[in-house]
Design a binder for this molecule. Structure first.
Ligand SMILES: NC(=O)c1ccc[n+]([C@@H]2O[C@H](COP(=O)([O-])OP(=O)(O)OC[C@H]3O[C@@H](n4cnc5c(N)ncnc54)[C@H](OP(=O)(O)O)[C@@H]3O)[C@@H](O)[C@H]2O)c1
Length: 229
């Protein structure tokens, strides 16, 4: 196995589980979150610039072949997902767009330049099927749906720029399925296929392992199947 680095941003349920399983495929796995050293916080772009410089130094002997962005926000102090347009709230919308779309866009700015110009590499942004406009039959969750749709457009756009830098790269939006984490906990009803993070991470790692340039700019689920935008 030639030396390679995988970097996981976000130390929540899925990010932590993914960092564990990716050690089987990469000689070095780096994991950064709001409480790591260095820390990444989307409220502070300078933290991303500093973390990118640190990552670049760590990758001197083992190039960065995989970036996984496992951050996200659905509910918290800023509010809860909306059931009706009557509940639309600027503070919640701002937070949900910030963490799900603006933060990952700044990650693109600071971390995509660290991917090698030659050889296979991938950047995977955890999105959500509810961000699919074509698949929206239920309504509700205005902010989270719209923020993930914005993320998907950012991923598609970055995939086009990345293909000009390295024809072997894949930039992908991935729906992890429903996973038992703090993000999903209040909403995971009986009957949904809620998997433990370790199980979901093992499935996702298989998809990541098979990614190639044919996948650049795709929106896929945790089996690697194409989802509608
Ligand atoms: N769980 C599911 O069922 C499910 C379904 C569909 C899609 N997803 C997506 O999968 C991804 C991972 O979610 P999860 O289930 O693992 O959720 P989680 O356990 O709540 O983790 C969320 C992560 O986002 C990070 N984060 C939140 N605000 C941030 C900020 N301002 N700056 C930097 N990082 C921030 C958290 O950072 P800290 O580690 O620093 O706290 C944490 O690592 C998300 O994109 C989510 O939308 C999850």
């Amino acid at each position: 196995m030639p030396p390679s680095t995988a970097l996981v941003l976000g130390t929540g349920g899925l990010g932590s589980a993914l960092a564990q399983v990716l050690g089987a495929q990469h000689s070095q796995v780096l994991s950064l979150g709001r409480r790591s050293t260095p820390a990444i916080d989307y409220a502070n772009e300078a933290s991303l610039a500093e973390a990118a410089a640190w990552t670049s130094a760590q990758c001197a002997q083992a190039p960065l072949r995989l970036l996984v962005v496992a951050t996200g926000f659905l509910h918290g102090e800023a509010g809860q997902p909306e059931r009706s347009w009557a509940q639309l709230n600027a503070a919640y919308l701002s937070e949900v767009f910030w963490v799900n779309a603006i933060g990952p866009a700044l990650v693109m700015k600071h971390f995509l330049p660290l991917l090698p110009r030659q050889g296979p590499c991938a950047a995977v942004f955890l999105s959500a099927k509810v961000g699919s406009i074509g698949d929206n039959g239920l309504g509700g969750w205005y902010g989270y749906r719209a923020a993930k749709a914005a993320l998907n457009q950012l991923v598609k756009t970055a995939s086009i720029e990345q293909a000009r830098r390295n024809r072997e790269a894949a930039i992908v939006a991935l729906h992890p399925g429903t996973v038992a984490t703090p993000l999903s906990e209040p909403f995971s009803k009986n009957g949904l296929n809620v998997r433990p993070p370790e199980v979901a991470a093992a499935e996702i790692a298989q998809v990541l392992n098979g990614l190639g340039p044919q996948d650049n700019g795709r929106f896929v689920d945790c089996q690697g199947q194409t989802l509608p935008w």
